[in-house]
Design a protein around this ligand. Sequence first.
Ligand code: COA
Length: 336
Amino acid sequence: MQLKNPKSINAAITAVGMYVPEKIYDNKYFESIVETNDEWIVTRTGIKERRILENGATSDLATGACEDLFTTTNVKPDEIDIIIVATISPDMFFPSTACLVQEKIGAKNAWGFDLSAACSGFLFALQTGASFISSGNYKKVLVIGADKMSCITDYTDRNNCILFGDAASAVLLEPTEDLNYGIKDSLLHIDGAGKEALYMKGGGSLNPASHETVDKKMHYIYQDGKAVFKVAVKGMADIAWEIMEKNGLKSPDIAYLVPHQANLRIINATAQRMGLSQDKVMVNIGKYGNTTAATIPLCLTEYYREGKVKKGDNLILAAFGAGYTWGSMYLTWSID
Ligand code: COA
């Protein structure tokens, strides 16, 4: 393959796909299993319902999203060079979910790997995929955000169980030499100071699975919601504002903010900081809750299919998650 000058190549999203399971847990369902109510959940989070995968694993969600994507493009699975799966709920430690998806979709010429960055996973994976494209060495990269959050959710813990859902969404990255389109900039960060505010304590090499870890519920999400809320609200708003400043963008230049969907109040604070009105913010948290790595591509896919995103639209993607991890990305939409 001929090497090109990286500076002359942008990575552009050329196809999108999504998969959400059919089973719905609405707020009424949670009223029946923990002490909560619809009004509390809607006012505090903006969530009304989430999708739950009853049978199957994260690779099945991811495969569903890829199959949906392939119905919309002439690109065939065997043309894919790299598969990157952003997830914190892989089918198993190894092999990677990327391997399982590769086999299920028949991407027989691909290599790939999983990427763990929690709620910022898709953003980190998209930048990683874009770097492979800009290197000039790869032409087709599938970037997937997929999480089966229900498998690590404690449905007796009202603080957390109302927040999460299962979903996957995928985008195809291809090179464009028209630098008016595609991924133009990103700002990404990690800070391990947040490691104990949101994490899963058991199952890894620190606390391997045992009767004790199961008894102590160490295989579920642990979150200090208030602490995370405080840093997330500032972190996401600041990073979204910073990328606007860095690229000389004013609010009228931006068609949409595409925020990670963790809490409607965090989303609104970010939009406010950017000077954007509600109609310029992609929001679907009401239908799906927090699906971790899947939220951002799920928004992109739905808004594009509803005809709300047009070629040439400037988008700012922003996320904040466990780690801590956070970041923003500036791209110009390239699909007609
Ligand atoms: N139903 C009813 N009451 C609930 C409840 C529920 N599902 N969950 C918690 N409560 C109670 C709390 O126990 C607390 O009661 P207390 O004051 O008697 O102790 C009260 O509601 C208020 O809790 P608080 O934690 O102050 O609520 P909050 O406004 O911070 O909202 C979250 C809670 C979890 C929605 C919010 O903190 C949040 O969104 N955090 C960040 C989550 C996140 O983004 N995570 C992913 C990382 S990107």
